[in-house]
Write a protein that binds this ligand. Structure first.
Ligand SMILES: NC(=O)C1=CN([C@@H]2O[C@H](COP(=O)(O)OP(=O)(O)OC[C@H]3O[C@@H](n4cnc5c(N)ncnc54)[C@H](O)[C@@H]3O)[C@@H](O)[C@H]2O)C=CC1
Ligand SMILES: CC(C)CC(=O)C(=O)O
Ligand SMILES: [Mg+2]
Length: 361
């Protein structure tokens, strides 16, 4: 059976790094008799320039039908400064994909490679052995809550406002995903919120506690306020196994945690929905970074976050963790050979890193 992969490179370095990830997938598919069909479409600013939309209905239909989506990045100064109104789904193709495919569980693994320990901004003795997963809730919270806007209010002043809103079922489903993941790992789940000042945080904490006590007594649940969590991640990141948090906090904490690995360009992610009746699980696989306009078009982008996202696609989207391991080993060998892009202190370009990974596959 041929599996359909929709490739949405997007903007800036997005197409550069997804092209590298696609090459790796094509080579592995050829060698291991995996029938993959790749289709490409515009998303983000590139799509807006061509169609007036950040993603078209036709591309959404392809995304819904695909076995997996390989995504690059969206946005850049040209489009970020547009004065757009309307719900977030109309202002971002990625946001529409996340929302309409209900990709609520965003997995962001933080696992530094041995060869990069000295490249972390933290000391090697702090980052050695770190292996945790940030589970970011991706379909709710302040990025989607209503009301939102910029309006002149009764006091005569302009107000910019967003709403943090989580329903109990939204918290329950990300809680189940996180507990189940923790149960399959080291059985430690840390829930991160701001329950000391936010009502949504109180409901978040209460719901996590209830579900943990009822359904996952074997998982040790702890809670941290997000400000303390940010500090603990750089103080002693080895203490964590799985961290579950909301859309905004997960976005911020994961970019910070990326520096454990040496570069934001190293972090992959998988955004997963509920399995369909036929057992296939909707999934979008993308590096955690953005479109990096400062280095776009120069062949300098680190493709390893995207390549490792392809590894997550092999595991979660195609049920081939064995092939994902081959990718991870090839990345490790590349880094051990000292081949790295400038964000990791190296001199190699995107193409040289890709060539080394392919050589090591
Ligand atoms: N998932 C997505 O599509 C995301 C999109 N964005 C968008 O990307 C644009 C730029 O946002 P920024 O805040 O600058 O974040 P960014 O993640 O694009 O870049 C932050 C810094 O990290 C560096 N960097 C990122 N990825 C790298 C890679 N693979 N190799 C080497 N260096 C890398 C960049 O050069 C830059 O200095 C904005 O339009 C933003 O909205 C930002 C984050 C995520
Ligand atoms: C649309 C944004 C929330 C993108 C982003 O920063 C991310 O997903 O990490
Ligand atoms: Mg982000």
């Amino acid at each position: 059976m041929t599996r359909q992969i929709l490739v949405l490179g997007g903007d800036g370095i997005g197409p550069e790094v997804t092209a590298a990830a696609e090459r790796v997938l094509r080579i592995l598919a050829g060698r291991h008799k995996l029938a993959l069909a790749f289709e490409h479409a515009l998303v983000g600013g590139a799509c807006y320039d061509a169609t007036g939309l950040f993603i078209t209905d036709a591309t959404m239909a392809k995304a819904k039908a695909a076995d997996a989506i390989l995504f690059g990045a969206e946005g850049g100064p040209k489009w970020d400064s547009l004065e757009l109104t309307g719900p977030p789904e109309t202002r971002s193709g990625l946001t529409r994909l996340r929302r309409e495919l209900e990709l609520y569980a965003n997995l962001r693994p933080i696992r530094p490679f041995e060869a990069l320990l000295a490249h972390s901004t933290l000391k090697p003795e702090i980052v050695r052995g770190v292996d945790f997963m940030i589970v970011r809730e991706l379909c709710g919270g302040i990025y989607f809550g209503e009301p939102r806007g910029i309006e002149r209010k009764g006091d005569g002043l302009l107000h910019g406002f967003d709403t943090q809103d989580y329903s109990e079922p939204e918290i329950e489903r990300i809680a189940h995903a996180s507990f189940a993941l923790a149960r399959s790992r080291r059985r430690k789940l840390c829930s991160v919120d701001k329950a000391n000042v936010m009502e949504s945080g109180i409901l978040w904490r209460r719901t996590l506690t209830r579900i943990g006590e009822r359904d996952y007594p074997e998982v040790e649940l702890s809670h941290l306020y997000v400000d303390n969590a940010a500090m603990q991640i750089v103080r002693n990141p080895r203490q964590f196994d799985v961290i579950v948090t909301d859309n905004l906090f997960g976005d911020i904490l994961s970019d910070g945690a990326a520096m454990i690995t040496g570069s934001l360009g190293m972090l992959p992610s998988a955004s997963l929905g509920t399995p369909r009746p036929d057992g296939r699980r909707p999934g979008l696989y993308e590096p955690v970074h953005g479109s990096a306009p400062d280095i776009a078009g120069q062949g300098l982008a680190n493709p390893l976050g995207a390549i490792m996202s392809a590894a997550l696609l092999l595991t979660h989207g195609l049920g081939r963790p064995d092939l994902a391991q081959i990718v991870e080993r090839a990345v490790a060998r590349t880094l051990e050979a000292g081949i790295a892009t400038p964000d990791l202190g190296g001199k190699a370009g995107t193409g040289e890193v890709l060539a080394a990974v392919i050589e090591a596959l």
